[in-house]
Ligand binder design. Structure first.
Ligand code: ZN
Length: 404
């Protein structure tokens, strides 16, 4: 009895060491394969397209609030009916500290020096300038410019999440998430309609009536990422201390199951490679494009996060259809950061944030061109492969099975 309790405690703490038996090999009726097969490119694209109806979804605007309502409606329609909202207040810093550099045009070509990037990364080769477009006139589409015209107002904010309750371990959960706000006067399609749609699609598959999981899964769509992770920070501040508490006592209900891992998705479409010497990029997704899973080597839970990241890479190798996954150790500038000293936390992206996105590998990042029409099926397919990767990993980690 004592050793049984011990095993359970160890498995609870280090869930990666005790994967469900079916993770070891792929069987003909492998439930993970069945679930991954329920994702498809056209549905994923349609969900992204649905989000473009709300323009750039800038935080503190009516279009942002309407997008939250729409997302909540989608979650509910897929059976994730227990939606809840985090409420917090966001007051921006004075305008002078908000000024962003305009996007410059000339690339920098390395000459052997060490150039550091964010998160502990090192920039390599040719880097193109990055920046945030704050100029409405840079959006040539008059209709979209008008849709994006209401400015952000300080004050109350909301963000939505819902939870699939685990059948035998309702008190433990994985959080899978994306930020739903955007900037730049486009449609915020890659950043971050792509991650938001990924979470909505996973909510659809995992909340299907014939799917059972042992552990709980929370689907969270953060707001205010673009202002400095304020939505994710509010969640951590309000809910970290509630973990694992049964409320009311004896009810079997856990409003905040214990966090086993946190997985953030942010920009999952575009991997066209390094900028060229002239500052342009390949118009096509590069054939060797990959999904980048990152943890932060300085985090308190770095070792466990590293194991989680490689578990995702493994899940990708077994189940993703087209593109591989790579693991990096410089996770930065994303909503998993506020979690990383409390729980194993990773991010899933189209490129590494520090040395690639930060080096100008996406010409649409925070720009008016971040629109649905800017991406091809090869781009959307990279996002689909990111979805397959997370679905396969989380299905295994939570013990997903199909009801007979
Ligand atoms: Zn983003």
């Amino acid at each position: 009895m004592r050793s049984k309790i011990f095993v359970r405690v160890v498995c609870g703490l280090i869930v990666l060491l005790c994967p469900p038996a079916f993770a070891q090999g792929i069987l003909a009726d492998d439930p993970v394969r069945v679930l991954v097969g329920r994702l498809d490119l056209e549905r994923y694209k349609a969900t992204i397209k649905g989000l473009t109806e709300f323009g750039d979804r800038r935080q503190g605007t009516d279009r942002n609030r309407a997008a939250i309502d729409w997302i909540e409606g989608r979650l509910k329609s897929f059976g994730c009916t227990n939606t809840e909202r985090i409420k917090y207040v966001y007051n921006p810093p004075p305008p002078q500290s908000q000024t962003q550099p305009a996007r410059a045009s000339s690339p920098v070509i390395a000459s052997g020096e060490i150039r550091t990037g964010s998160g502990g990364s090192r920039m390599r080769g040719i880097t193109a300038p990055t920046g945030v477009n704050n100029n409405p006139e840079a959006q040539p589409d008059v209709k979209l410019r008008e849709l994006n015209s209401q400015p952000s107002a300080p004050g109350p904010r909301e963000e939505v999440y819902c939870t699939k309750i685990g059948a035998t371990r309702p008190d433990e959960m994985y959080i899978i998430s994306a930020h739903m706000d955007g900037i730049g006067w486009g449609e915020a399609v890659d950043d971050n309609g792509s991650g938001t749609a990924l979470i909505i699609e996973l909510a659809r598959v995992l909340n299907s009536p014939d799917v059972r999981t042992e552990r709980s899964i929370r689907f969270a769509l953060w707001n205010n990422e673009e202002t400095g992770l304020h939505g994710a920070r509010a969640y951590v501040a309000q809910r970290a201390a509630l973990q694992g508490i049964e409320d009311p006592p004896g009810s079997g209900r856990y409003p905040e199951p214990k966090w086993l891992g946190m997985v953030q998705h942010d920009m999952v479409l575009f991997d066209h490679g390094m900028p060229r010497a002239g500052g342009t990029l390949s118009p096509e997704q590069r054939p060797e494009a990959d999904v980048n899973v990152e943890f932060q080597s300085t985090a308190k839970f770095a070792d466990q996060a590293m194991r989680l990241a490689f578990f995702f890479r493994d899940a990708n190798e077994k189940y993703a259809t087209d593109y591989p996954a790579a693991v990096g150790h410089h996770m930065t500038n994303t909503d998993s950061t506020p979690f990383m000293d409390l729980v194993p936390a990773i991010s899933v992206r189209e490129n590494e944030r520090g040395m690639q996105i930060g080096a100008g590998w996406s010409p649409h990042w925070h720009q008016p061109t971040d629109r649905y029409s800017a991406y091809s099926d090869k781009d959307f397919r990279l996002g689909l492969n990111a979805a397959q990767t997370t679905l396969a990993a989380i299905a295994q980690l939570t013990g997903a099975a199909l009801k007979k």
